[in-house]
Write a protein that binds this ligand. Structure first.
Ligand code: MTE
Ligand code: MO
Length: 157
C-alpha cells in the first residue's frame, strides 16, 4: 500500500544520514532534507523469527528519490549500466543490508522501498530513518536507525 502523505510532524535539526559511494554528489542529509522530499505511506506485515508476526505503518520518501540526490555515477538512460549498481545500507548498530539498484528501479522490480521518517505515527528523527522493503516476509531488511547509504558500482572481474 502506497500513497502520498502530508503531515503535521516537524523535522529535527542536524545531519541524519550520509549518502555516498560511486556518485557525483555525496552529501549529508538532515531530517529537513528528507522531510522535504515527496512523502509516501506504507503498511508492512512481516514475521520476525524471534518475535513472531509484526505490523507497522511508515511514512517517508522513496529510497529511489533519496538515492537520486547523490547523482549515481551510472549513465541514467542505460538500463544495463544501472544493473551493475547496488545500495548498501548501514544502521547505527552495525546492521547492514544490501539491495540491488534494480530492486528500486522503475524499469525493473520497481519496489517502493521507503526511508521511513515516521513509524506508527511517531517521528524517527532521534533514532534515524528506517528502511522499509514492502513485501518482505522477514523483517530483517526493515533496517532501523539508518546512518549510511552507499551506492556502489560492481565493476570488478
Ligand atoms: N538496525 C537494526 N534494524 C533492524 C534489526 C537490527 O538488528 N538492527 N533487526 C531487524 C529484524 S530481524 C526485524 S524482525 C525487525 C523487527 O522490527 P520491530 O521490532 O520494530 O517490529 O527489525 C529489523 N531491523
Ligand atoms: Mo527478526
Amino acid at each position: 500500500m502506497l500513497g502520498e502523505q502530508t503531515g503535521t510532524l516537524q523535522p529535527a535539526e542536524g545531519a541524519l544520514i550520509r549518502l555516498g559511494g560511486d556518485v557525483h554528489s555525496p552529501r549529508e542529509l538532515s531530517a529537513s532534507d528528507l522531510w522535504s522530499l515527496s512523502r509516501h505511506e506504507c503498511e508492512v506485515e512481516f514475521s520476525c523469527r524471534k518475535r513472531g508476526p509484526r505490523r507497522h505503518r511508515f511514512t517517508g520518501p522513496l529510497l529511489l528519490d533519496v538515492a537520486h540526490l547523490a547523482e549515481p555515477a551510472f549513465v541514467p538512460g542505460e538500463r544495463k549500466d544501472r544493473l551493475r549498481y547496488l545500495i548498501s545500507i548501514r544502521a547505527r548498530d552495525g546492521h547492514r543490508v544490501v539491495l540491488s539498484w534494480a530492486e528500486i528501479d522503475p524499469e525493473f522490480a520497481n519496489i517502493p522501498v521507503l526511508l521511513g521518517l515516521t513509524r506508527d505515527g511517531d517521528a524517527l528523527d532521534a533514532e534515524g530513518p528506517q528502511l522499509v522493503v514492502p513485501g518482505d516476509v522477514c523483517g530483517a531488511r526493515h533496517v532501523s536507525g539508518v546512518a549510511d547509504v552507499r551506492i556502489r558500482s560492481d565493476s570488478g572481474d
